[in-house]
Structures are given as C-alpha cells and as structure tokens.
Design a protein around this ligand. Structure first.
Ligand code: UDP
Length: 356
C-alpha cells in the first residue's frame, strides 16, 4: 500500500513522528511531501533530527504568504506530485493550510484521504484552522478521531462512515519521547530553572498576536505572575512584537525570552513548569497529559475535555494572575487521549482496508 503524507507545520512533525515510524514497521510505503509552511531550523529541521522522522521525499518551500496564495501554490505542486506518485491514500494531519491543500487536491484526483486528528471543533469560524478542519473532515474517507468528543462532533455534522476513535497520536509522542527528553535535554540547567518555579508561555494565534491591544495586554500580564515566565517565541509572535514596538517585554526580568525550542526541550519545560499559559492546541493537551494547570488565552477551545476536567481554564489576559492564584487541582485526570497506541491502531485500520 502506498501512502503520500502531506505536512508542513511544527505540530504535524510531532504527530508524524510516531505515525511515520509505525508505517516504517509495516508493509506501508510512505512518501512525504513537506510543503515548507514552517521552514527554519528550529521550527522544522530539529524535529526531523530529534524525532527520527524520515526526511521528506519532496520539499515545496512554500511559506510566508497569505492564506490564498499559500494554499494555492501548495495545491499546484501537490497535484503534480500526486499524479506522479499515484498513492492509494493521502494522509493529512490536523488543521493547517498544508492539510487543506492536500485534502482539496486529493479529493479532486479521487485519491482517498485519511485525516489524523479528525473531528476537532472550536466552533469559531474566525479561526483559519477551523475552516481547514471542517473542509478536510468533509472530504476525508478515513477519519481518525483522537477522542470520543471528536467522534460526536463529526456525528453532529452527519459524518458517521469511516470514523474511528483511535486515541491521540500526540499521546503516543509524549510516551515515546519523554524518557529521551529526560536523558538528553539540559534546558532546565541552561536557563537556571527549578521545577515548579516557572511558568511556560507560548502564543502564536493571529487573534492574540496581530492585535496591539491584545498582544500588549498578554505580555503585560505575563510580567505580573508570582514566578518568571519562560517564553519560547514563535516567529509570528516575534515579528508582531517587533512591528508593534513591544520589544521592551522581550527584556523584562519576569519574562525569559528564548527561541522556539525542540520537542524534547518542550517536554522538559512542560513537565517541570508550575503552569502553562498558551493559545496552542497541542500544548493544552500536553499540559493535561503532564497534569500541569493550563491557562488558555482564547475564548473557546477544541480540546474541551481538558476544560471539563478542570485542568484547563479559558482566560482573558487581565484575569490571568487571579485565575492562576485561584486554581484548585482537580482530584482526577481521566485518560482522554488513549494509551499510546493510536499510531499502531491507524496502521491496523489501513492494513484492514487493504484486505477488505
Ligand atoms: N512545540 C515545540 N517547541 C516550541 C513550542 C511548541 O516543540 O517551542 C511543540 C509542542 O510541544 C507541541 C507542538 O509543538 O507538540 C504544538 O505546536 P503549535 O503550538 O505550533 O501548534 P498547534 O498545536 O497550536 O496547532
């Protein structure tokens, strides 16, 4: 069976690390197309190197464009490659422009699509990712949902066929790489960090970075917490901080500004911090897996179960400090994301389809 995987952004490298390795140990032959959406050493190369992700067979080098131009250019090149490769399936992950471009092209070429992380919904159509997810789910033939809530979201949209709740491949990734992170990462020493005495912050969603009032409120409120905040700055956030003249926060004594870190370093920061402040999807989930309080700078989240369980609070920047102070640790953390065998289940489903 031939599968062509289309990926291009940081969270997709993390997800693919476990799935591509499961493909490697099966009869599946994978071709990887890297769109180039994330392209530099810290946002891309380090993931391929640290996570044993097979090198892409094709690199499209498409980045730093508006949504239409980026998706359109990706589609053009993906179409040519899929016509040459003629895969049995196209595999896409999550909710980026690379996901959408791959799904649109594959569907027009009548190549079945498998969508890993299907069924996620924030119900906020102003989020570009929400559009990408909804369209991809409606085009996919195999919908690999991480949770039962995701399955229910698909059912609400009339999608029943091809849906499998396999667990979350990011859970697989944490279980696969946490041990290696503990053995090889020195990030705590590098920045003089003691466990449980720093917060970890990541922001990159346009709704937080592209509005001056919002971005400055976030940065200002990060300076008011009881511990310093380690802030690995996403390139989009860095550009916006500079463009908006907020550079003074990058040198603030309460904010430890660092470049984006590798996944192994991130696991060390997440598992040792006293709380996570984020607008990332994946980071909310990882905070939950490590049982760290999470404060999400958004009005809604697609990872609703973390909120229902009491570990994740949706918060406005000005309420950050009070919400952190009043946080009470839930007594339980149900295992929403499976037990680390999602990638294996995906392979078994595919092999089962081949034998149908
Ligand atoms: N991540 C990382 N280094 C960083 C920030 C995030 O390795 O400096 C990882 C994080 O652990 C998670 C993934 O990147 O696995 C999340 O990606 P991101 O926040 O960019 O995207 P989202 O999940 O919001 O789509």
């Amino acid at each position: 069976m031939k599968i062509t995987t289309i990926l291009g952004a940081r969270p997709q490298f993390v997800k693919a690390s476990v799935v591509s390795n499961a493909f490697k140990h099966s009869s599946i032959e994978e071709t990887i197309i890297h769109t180039g959406q994330h392209f530099d050493a810290q946002m891309s190369d380090v993931f391929f190197k640290d996570l044993n992700l097979p090198q892409p067979n094709h690199h499209l080098n498409i980045h730093s464009l508006n949504h239409g131009a980026m998706t359109g250019r990706m589609m053009e090149q993906i179409e040519t490659l899929l016509q040459q490769n003629k895969p049995d399936w196209v595999c896409v992950y999550g909710d980026t422009n690379s996901t959408l471009a791959g799904a649109l092209v594959a569907s027009k070429l009548n190549i079945p699509i498998m969508h890993i992380e299907a069924g996620l919904r924030s119900y906020n159509r102003e989020m570009p990712e929400e559009i990408n997810r909804v369209v991809t789910d409606h085009l996919a033939k195999l919908l690999l949902a991480p949770t039962q809530i995701a399955v229910e979201c698909l059912e609400k949209e009339g999608i029943y066929r091809g849906v499998h709740c396999v667990g979350d491949v990011m859970m697989d990734a944490v279980l696969t790489f946490h041990h290696r992170a503990k053995e090889t990462s020195y990030i705590l020493d590098k920045y003089n960090l003691n466990p449980d005495s720093f917060y970890l912050a990541t922001i990159h969603r346009p709704s937080n970075t592209d509005n001056n009032e919002r971005l400055s409120a976030i940065l200002e409120n990060l300076t008011k917490l009881d511990f310093p905040v380690v802030f690995p700055v996403h390139p989009r956030a860095l550009n916006q901080i500079k463009q908006q003249g907020l550079d003074n926060y990058l040198n603030h004594k309460q904010i430890i500004t660092i470049p984006p870190v590798s996944y192994l370093e991130m696991l060390m920061l997440e598992s040792n911090c006293s709380g996570v402040i984020t607008d990332s999807g994946g980071v909310q989930k990882e905070a939950y897996i490590f049982q760290r309080p999470c404060f999400t700078l958004r009005n809604e989240t697609e990872w609703k179960e973390t909120v229902y369980a009491g570990w994740n609070h949706l918060v406005q920047p000005e309420n950050l400090r009070d919400t952190i102070t009043n946080f009470t640790y839930p007594l339980e953390s149900p295992s929403f994301y499976g037990n680390g065998d999602a990638a294996q289940k995906i392979v078994e489903i595919l092999i089962g389809k081949e034998n149908d």
